[in-house]
Design a protein around this ligand. Structure first.
Ligand SMILES: [Fe+2]
Ligand SMILES: [Fe+2]
Length: 384
């Protein structure tokens, strides 16, 4: 039996009720009552016709008979609730068994009325069903709005957090040869690395913010050493090395996962895969992965950009020098990934170039030869 829309109520925003019953006179009576109650209604004489109508129209509530030709109302009820969970269902049936009523409620019915139905009672149940639907929808919208607001505020807080960190890092670099662009690039390279390694999204974001803090401990190194032109004495280099432990102390004890990662990076970015690094002489996987990543990208960026003690090397020369550190200085697995990431790293470098020379103008550039046979020059003092 096909569906038909019966006389729409005057209010165009009035709810639409689908009356499903195999007896046409019952449908007609119910539709008349609904119309008098201010609702629009449509009719369906079978479960199939009801599903067809629901598929093509927005229906707020269904009155559902149980005894129908073909699929019964009891059978089609769960499908209606599953496909249109916001449509309320009032069961109208001649079968007045408590067991059946309970079954209908468990299948998702909002109300259960036994024929003959009193029109006032039916309209009251319809009204209450529609009220419940409105509340559920309002509640869902409210929750969605709230979630949206929380998401936006979290993003704002994160941005403020990140800006605070960058400003702190900037404060430390005023006394150092590091450029703001180097700091930013280190974060972006590390982010790229973590993504390829399949880190969870929040940790990827954490390393982008944490990596720029790798040298924050330099704030505790005396100017006379940090800004000394030329080669450092052994004792001076020992002091420079403490920028790792100073940075770690500055960043220790935070509840923030990002700052905990920053601590690990500050402490571990001069450790070496073979255990000959500093400050703890950790080896292999005892060095936190984030610190092993930053060790690689920091040296790469230092070698391929102008520094106080050396002009930028062509990338192939920088890579040749770094290659010597594969498996000794650098984690060999990460080193292989590092090579596959070079196109992205070049793009990051091109998009974040160093500012023209004012970053370097404070100090005289001294020619310190970079040994192509070792990474020492990249390590000391320019890349500490
Ligand atoms: Fe650095
Ligand atoms: Fe360092």
């Amino acid at each position: 039996m096909s569906t038909e829309l019966s006389q729409p109520a005057e209010d165009p925003s009035a709810a639409t009720i689908l009356v499903v019953d195999d007896e046409s006179y019952v449908r007609t009576i119910i539709c008349r009552w609904l119309s008098e109650g201010g609702y629009r209604s449509a009719q369906a004489g079978s479960a199939a016709a009801a599903l067809e109508y629901l598929q093509q129209h927005e229906v707020e509530l269904v009155t559902l008979d149980i005894s129908l030709p073909g699929r019964s109302g009891a059978d089609v009820l769960p499908e209606i609730k599953q496909r249109w969970p916001d449509t309320e269902v009032v069961v109208l049936t001649a079968l007045g068994e408590a067991k059946l009523a309970i079954e209908m409620f468990t299948r998702g019915a909002y109300a259960y009325l036994v024929k003959p139905v009193d029109p006032g009672d039916m309209l009251f149940r319809v009204k209450k069903g529609l009220e419940r639907r409105r509340l559920v929808l309002e509640n869902r919208r409210y929750t969605r709005d709230l979630e949206d607001k929380v998401r936006k505020q979290t993003a704002t807080i994160r941005r403020a957090h990140e800006e605070t960190i960058l400003r702190l890092v900037n404060a430390s670099r005023y006394r150092d040869e590091e450029t703001g662009a180097h700091i930013k690039r280190t974060g972006l390279y590390s982010e790229c690395f973590a993504q390829v390694l399949g880190w969870p999204a929040d940790q990827v974001e954490n390393i982008r913010m944490a990596a720029p803090m790798h040298d924050v401990g330099k704030i505790g190194i005396p100017d006379a050493i940090l800004q000394k032109p030329g080669k450092l004495t052994r004792d001076e280099f020992e002091i420079i090395k403490t920028h790792t432990t100073i940075g770690a102390k500055m960043l220790a004890g935070s509840e923030s996962a990002m700052l905990q990662m920053a601590h690990d990076i500050a402490l571990g970015h001069h450790e070496r895969w073979d255990g000959k690094g500093y400050p703890q002489g950790l080896a292999q996987s005892a060095i936190p992965e984030a610190a092993r990543i930053v060790a690689l990208v920091d040296v790469y960026d230092a070698l391929t950009h102008d520094r106080i003690y050396q002009a930028a090397l062509p990338e192939n020369e920088a890579l040749a020098i770094m290659e010597e550190g594969r498996g000794s200085h650098f984690d060999p697995f990460l080193f292989a990934i590092f090579f596959s990431l070079l196109p992205q790293m070049r793009r990051i470098a091109a998009e974040n170039p160093d500012q023209p020379v004012q970053d370097y103008a404070r100090r005289q550039r001294l020619p310190v030869p970079l040994s192509s046979s070792s990474l020492e020059a990249a390590e000391s003092p320019a890349a500490v």
